[in-house]
Write a protein that binds this ligand. Structure first.
Ligand SMILES: [Zn+2]
Length: 414
């Protein structure tokens, strides 16, 4: 943990400077920076990765924000990269489309629209779509496939330009981007400015009460500067003239929520699920120090057991399965960068690259089997079923260790 003066942030929801570190994690480089050479990869700077809890409003956030241009210049993740995302997202898109308040309007805006995969679903349903996306490469790719995309960040200013040019959308979506927004006040004011009383705002975000319950601390990385609860969304709505009218838990990414907002002036009735989820959060104590201390203890246990298991199977040539932001957090937090020999990933675009900081080469899964690696660590454990099936199909016969949710030795079976 570093001195408090080295952090650069107040609570992004209530602006309080009264917060404390509740989950100190190992410092890492930006987790998605794959490099073309070992030298480049290993010289990337590391930044503190500590989770703070606001003593005033109970929001969990990173008190250190790395400048957005550093983390978004050329990020690697594309929506179509993530296994299984597309089908579930298609179902969510259909629900939103059917439930929009003004069915005569067909205009959908997506914030952080990535390569346009999500908006393509709406286009197929008959929507007029518009995306806004900070990565130039992704924005170009989306536009090239026929999804009109503005290259930039969503803010009060871009909201005003969009409203002037295109009017108020019937539906505004933001999937897994709100956690990455350093200035939440600016973002939510932009949402309010852009909406009229017929606009539905649907925010999809990781839900840390569910994720941390299964020890998914590797969802914490530098780009995720906020960790939202139902109560956080109620508080944000209150501040900006929006009502959180519905909230749903969604099984994506080990636990997510979909928060539905309408303007206060639309006088939309609020679903009982909102109060119920906020009550649940109170009961399990997500705004208490003890809740985080217990997570910290469980992580330490899983780390120490992972190393014990590696010793037990006499692991020498170790391959880590998975390359992502989360894997970077896990490699450093579990102190595995010295033990792992190479990484492997199913995505050919990641193969041949070098992992951030640790400089581990990324090879194909087949090469890991051919080169007789004696131990696989399932780093991308959120996809453990998929990975175990892959290993079985390739007749992998070495040891398999899964570090989380609880460290264990895996028997692949027939
Ligand atoms: Zn606060």
């Amino acid at each position: 943990m570093i001195a408090k003066s080295s952090y650069n942030r107040l609570c992004p929801i209530c602006s309080s400077d009264s917060w404390e570190i509740v989950l100190p994690l190992a410092a890492t480089p930006l987790g998605d920076r794959l490099s073309d050479s070992f030298d480049k990869a290993s010289s990337l700077p590391k930044y503190a990765l500590d989770l703070a809890l606001c003593s005033e409003c109970g929001h969990a956030f990173l008190p250190l924000v790395v400048a957005p241009e550093e983390s978004y210049g050329d990020y690697f993740f594309e929506t179509s990269d993530s296994p299984g995302l597309s089908d579930s997202m298609q179902r969510l898109a259909q629900q939103l489309w059917q439930n929009r308040s003004d069915s005569s309007s067909t205009y959908v805006l997506d914030i952080g629209s990535n390569d346009g995969t999500w908006l393509q679903h709406f286009k197929n349903l008959g929507a007029d779509v518009l995306g806004i996306e900070p990565s130039p490469r992704h924005a170009q790719k989306a536009t090239a496939r026929g999804v009109e995309t503005i290259n930039g960040y969503f803010s009060i200013q871009s909201a005003s330009e969009i409203r002037k040019k295109f009017g108020a959308p019937s539906l505004i979506t933001a999937n897994f981007v709100t956690a990455n927004v350093p200035d939440l006040n600016n973002f939510f004011q932009g949402l309010k400015d852009l909406s009229d009383d017929n606009t539905t705002i649907a925010i999809l975000s990781g839900y840390h009460p569910d994720q941390f319950r299964v020890n998914m601390i590797d969802f914490i990385y530098h780009e995720h500067v906020s960790y939202f609860s139902c109560q956080d969304f109620i508080n944000l709505g209150e501040k900006f003239g929006l009502d959180l009218v519905d909230i749903r838990r969604v099984g994506l990414k080990g636990g997510s929520i979909q928060a539905i907002f309408r303007t206060k002036s639309s006088r939309t009735s609020v679903s009982g699920d909102v109060g119920r989820l906020a009550q649940y959060e109170e009961w399990i104590g997500i705004r208490t120090l003890g809740w985080y201390a217990a997570i910290h203890d469980r992580i330490k246990q899983a780390q120490s057991l992972t190393h014990k298991l590696l010793d037990q199977v006499k692991a020498k040539k170790i391959v880590g399965y998975g390359v992502s932001h989360s894997v970077t957090t896990l490699i450093y937090q579990f102190d595995l960068h010295q033990r792992i020999t190479v990484l492997t990933d199913d995505n050919p675009r990641r193969q041949g690259k070098f992992s951030p900081g640790s400089g581990l080469t990324v090879i194909s899964p087949q090469k890991a089997v051919d080169d007789l690696f004696d131990t696989v660590i399932i780093m991308a454990w959120q996809h453990d079923r998929l990975i175990k099936n892959r290993l079985k199909k390739m007749n992998y016969s070495g040891s398999v260790i899964q570090p989380l949710p609880f460290a264990e030795l895996i028997v692949l079976g027939k």
